[in-house]
Design a protein around this ligand. Sequence first.
Ligand code: HEM
Length: 185
Amino acid sequence: MASTATTATRELKYDGFSILLHWLTALLVAALWLLGQSLSFFPKGAPRLSALGVHMLLGMLVGAVILVRIVWRSSGGRHLPAADEGVLNLVAKGAHYGLYLLLVLTVGFGVARAWVHGVPVFDWFKFHRPGFATPSIIHTISELHSDLADILVIVAGLHAAAALMHHYVMHDSVLRRMLPRKRSE
Ligand code: HEM
C-alpha cells in the first residue's frame, strides 16, 4: 500500500500521458524551429526538399500532438491547482493559452505556406498550389508562419524560464510536477 508521503507526491504530479505530450511538444517545437532556420544551408534541390519534407512531417505531427493534448486536457487529463497567485497567475494562464493558440496558428500557417507554394512532401504527396496564390498572398503567409514561429519560441522560452525560476529560486515543486516519476515515487 502507498505511504501517505507517496500519495501526496502522486497527487502533485500531472498524469504520465500529459507529461509525455508536454515534452514531446517542446522537443518537436525546438527541432522544427532549428530545422526551419537551417533550411537555407541545405544545397538547393533534393537535399533542401528532403529537409523541408522532414520539417513538414514533424510539423504535421506536432499539429496532431496538440489536438490530442487539447482533447486529453478537456477530458481525462489531470488538472492541478494554480502554481501562482494574483497577477502572476493571470500571466501564467495567459502564457499557457497563448502557447496553445500560437502552436495552432504556426502549424496552420505552415500548412498554408506549403499549400500556396505547392511543395512536394517526398514522393508521397504534393500540396497543389491554388489559383488564388498571388506573390503577395504567398509573401504574407510565409511571413506570418515565420513570425508566429519566432513568437512561439520566445513565449516558450519565457515559460521555461518561469519554470526554472520556480525550481531554483522559489524552491517549489512546480517544475517537478511536469517531470516523469522516479521509481521511488
Ligand atoms: C510548431 C510548428 C512549426 C514551427 C515552429 C515551424 C518553424 C519554421 C521556421 C522557423 C521556418 C523558417 C522561417 C523563415 O525563415 O522564413 C519555417 C519554414 C517553413 N515551414 Fe515551418 N514550422 C512549423 C510547422 C510547419 C508545418 C506544419 C508546415 C507544413 C506542413 C511547415 C512548412 C514550412 C514551409 C513550407 C517553410 C518554408 C521553407 C522554405 O521555403 O524555405 N511548417 N518553419
